[in-house]
Design a protein around this ligand. Structure first.
Ligand SMILES: [Zn+2]
Length: 166
Protein backbone atom coordinates (compact mmCIF):
# COMPACT_ATOMS: atom_id res chain seq x y z
CA UNK A 1 0.00 0.00 0.00
CA UNK A 2 1.44 3.38 -0.94
CA UNK A 3 1.97 5.97 1.73
CA UNK A 4 -0.65 8.30 0.17
CA UNK A 5 -3.37 5.67 0.19
CA UNK A 6 -2.48 4.72 3.76
CA UNK A 7 -2.75 8.35 4.88
CA UNK A 8 -6.01 8.77 3.01
CA UNK A 9 -7.52 5.77 4.79
CA UNK A 10 -6.36 7.06 8.19
CA UNK A 11 -7.91 10.48 7.45
CA UNK A 12 -11.13 8.82 6.32
CA UNK A 13 -11.33 6.80 9.54
CA UNK A 14 -10.71 9.95 11.64
CA UNK A 15 -13.38 11.84 9.71
CA UNK A 16 -15.92 9.04 10.21
CA UNK A 17 -15.15 8.79 13.95
CA UNK A 18 -15.54 12.54 14.39
CA UNK A 19 -18.78 12.80 12.47
CA UNK A 20 -20.16 9.86 14.44
CA UNK A 21 -19.20 11.57 17.70
CA UNK A 22 -20.83 14.84 16.60
CA UNK A 23 -24.09 13.25 15.51
CA UNK A 24 -24.16 11.02 18.60
CA UNK A 25 -23.74 14.05 20.89
CA UNK A 26 -26.54 16.07 19.30
CA UNK A 27 -28.79 13.00 19.23
CA UNK A 28 -28.07 12.40 22.89
CA UNK A 29 -29.04 15.93 23.75
CA UNK A 30 -32.13 15.88 21.58
CA UNK A 31 -33.29 12.54 22.91
CA UNK A 32 -32.65 13.19 26.60
CA UNK A 33 -35.51 12.03 28.79
CA UNK A 34 -36.06 14.66 31.44
CA UNK A 35 -37.33 13.80 34.90
CA UNK A 36 -40.04 16.41 34.44
CA UNK A 37 -41.79 16.39 31.06
CA UNK A 38 -44.91 18.49 30.37
CA UNK A 39 -46.84 19.50 27.27
CA UNK A 40 -46.50 23.09 26.03
CA UNK A 41 -50.08 23.69 27.15
CA UNK A 42 -49.25 22.56 30.67
CA UNK A 43 -46.07 24.69 30.82
CA UNK A 44 -48.12 27.70 29.67
CA UNK A 45 -50.50 27.15 32.59
CA UNK A 46 -47.70 26.69 35.13
CA UNK A 47 -45.46 29.62 34.08
CA UNK A 48 -45.91 33.34 33.52
CA UNK A 49 -45.77 34.42 29.86
CA UNK A 50 -42.23 35.78 30.34
CA UNK A 51 -41.08 32.57 32.03
CA UNK A 52 -42.59 30.53 29.20
CA UNK A 53 -40.87 32.71 26.59
CA UNK A 54 -37.42 32.33 28.22
CA UNK A 55 -37.58 28.82 29.72
CA UNK A 56 -39.56 26.98 27.05
CA UNK A 57 -38.91 29.04 23.92
CA UNK A 58 -35.23 29.87 24.62
CA UNK A 59 -35.98 33.60 24.74
CA UNK A 60 -33.68 36.19 26.32
CA UNK A 61 -34.69 38.90 28.77
CA UNK A 62 -33.40 42.43 28.11
CA UNK A 63 -29.99 43.10 29.70
CA UNK A 64 -30.02 44.98 33.04
CA UNK A 65 -33.74 44.21 33.39
CA UNK A 66 -33.63 41.03 35.49
CA UNK A 67 -34.12 41.01 39.26
CA UNK A 68 -30.98 38.93 39.93
CA UNK A 69 -28.49 40.90 37.82
CA UNK A 70 -27.10 42.81 40.83
CA UNK A 71 -28.34 40.39 43.47
CA UNK A 72 -25.58 39.14 45.80
CA UNK A 73 -27.35 37.60 48.80
CA UNK A 74 -26.13 34.28 50.10
CA UNK A 75 -28.17 31.29 48.96
CA UNK A 76 -29.10 29.11 46.04
CA UNK A 77 -30.74 29.72 42.71
CA UNK A 78 -33.16 27.03 41.60
CA UNK A 79 -34.89 26.46 38.25
CA UNK A 80 -38.00 28.66 38.04
CA UNK A 81 -39.80 25.88 36.19
CA UNK A 82 -39.06 22.86 38.42
CA UNK A 83 -37.09 24.02 41.54
CA UNK A 84 -33.99 22.00 40.61
CA UNK A 85 -31.00 23.63 42.44
CA UNK A 86 -28.78 25.16 39.71
CA UNK A 87 -26.38 27.73 41.18
CA UNK A 88 -24.73 28.50 44.51
CA UNK A 89 -24.49 32.25 45.17
CA UNK A 90 -20.77 31.85 45.94
CA UNK A 91 -20.15 31.30 42.22
CA UNK A 92 -21.99 34.47 41.18
CA UNK A 93 -19.96 37.46 40.06
CA UNK A 94 -20.53 40.80 38.33
CA UNK A 95 -19.72 40.31 34.64
CA UNK A 96 -21.25 43.75 33.85
CA UNK A 97 -23.07 42.06 30.98
CA UNK A 98 -26.53 42.89 32.39
CA UNK A 99 -27.39 39.25 33.12
CA UNK A 100 -26.72 37.20 36.26
CA UNK A 101 -23.36 35.48 35.78
CA UNK A 102 -21.81 32.46 37.46
CA UNK A 103 -18.46 30.80 36.86
CA UNK A 104 -20.00 27.32 37.34
CA UNK A 105 -23.23 25.52 38.18
CA UNK A 106 -24.02 23.00 40.90
CA UNK A 107 -22.60 19.59 39.92
CA UNK A 108 -24.76 17.57 37.50
CA UNK A 109 -27.57 20.14 37.53
CA UNK A 110 -27.07 21.65 34.09
CA UNK A 111 -27.14 20.15 30.61
CA UNK A 112 -24.90 21.59 27.90
CA UNK A 113 -26.44 21.79 24.44
CA UNK A 114 -25.44 23.57 21.23
CA UNK A 115 -27.64 26.08 19.48
CA UNK A 116 -27.20 27.79 16.11
CA UNK A 117 -29.86 30.48 16.60
CA UNK A 118 -27.43 33.25 15.65
CA UNK A 119 -25.87 31.28 12.78
CA UNK A 120 -22.86 30.06 14.76
CA UNK A 121 -22.58 27.48 17.55
CA UNK A 122 -23.16 28.63 21.11
CA UNK A 123 -23.20 26.51 24.26
CA UNK A 124 -26.75 26.56 25.55
CA UNK A 125 -27.42 25.79 29.23
CA UNK A 126 -30.52 23.83 30.19
CA UNK A 127 -31.93 22.53 33.46
CA UNK A 128 -31.04 18.84 33.63
CA UNK A 129 -34.28 18.04 35.39
CA UNK A 130 -36.86 19.66 33.06
CA UNK A 131 -34.85 20.72 29.98
CA UNK A 132 -35.79 24.39 30.33
CA UNK A 133 -33.52 26.97 28.71
CA UNK A 134 -31.46 28.97 31.22
CA UNK A 135 -28.96 30.92 29.11
CA UNK A 136 -25.58 30.39 27.46
CA UNK A 137 -22.00 29.68 28.48
CA UNK A 138 -19.11 31.79 27.22
CA UNK A 139 -15.37 31.45 27.66
CA UNK A 140 -14.81 34.99 28.98
CA UNK A 141 -15.39 34.16 32.65
CA UNK A 142 -12.99 34.82 35.57
CA UNK A 143 -9.50 33.65 34.53
CA UNK A 144 -8.55 32.79 38.13
CA UNK A 145 -11.32 30.18 38.46
CA UNK A 146 -13.03 28.27 35.64
CA UNK A 147 -12.74 30.85 32.86
CA UNK A 148 -16.41 30.20 32.10
CA UNK A 149 -19.32 32.62 32.25
CA UNK A 150 -22.77 31.14 32.68
CA UNK A 151 -24.91 33.98 31.36
CA UNK A 152 -28.35 33.31 32.82
CA UNK A 153 -31.76 34.94 32.53
CA UNK A 154 -33.08 36.10 35.92
CA UNK A 155 -36.53 34.95 34.94
CA UNK A 156 -35.22 31.36 34.65
CA UNK A 157 -34.14 31.44 38.32
CA UNK A 158 -35.74 31.53 41.76
CA UNK A 159 -33.58 32.56 44.74
CA UNK A 160 -33.65 30.55 47.97
CA UNK A 161 -31.81 32.19 50.92
CA UNK A 162 -29.12 30.06 52.58
CA UNK A 163 -30.99 29.51 55.87
CA UNK A 164 -33.29 27.17 53.91
CA UNK A 165 -30.34 25.09 52.83
CA UNK A 166 -31.32 21.87 51.03
ZN1 LIG B 1 -35.93 22.78 35.64
Amino acid sequence: MSREIYLFIILLICYCCNSQKTSKRSNNVNNVQFKIEKSNEQWKKDLTSMEFYVLRQAGTERPFSGKYDKHYKSGFYVCAACNNPLYDSKYKYDSKSGWPSFDRGIDKSILLDIDYDLGYPRTELKCISCGSHLGHMFKDGPKNTTGNRHCINSVALKFIPKKNEF
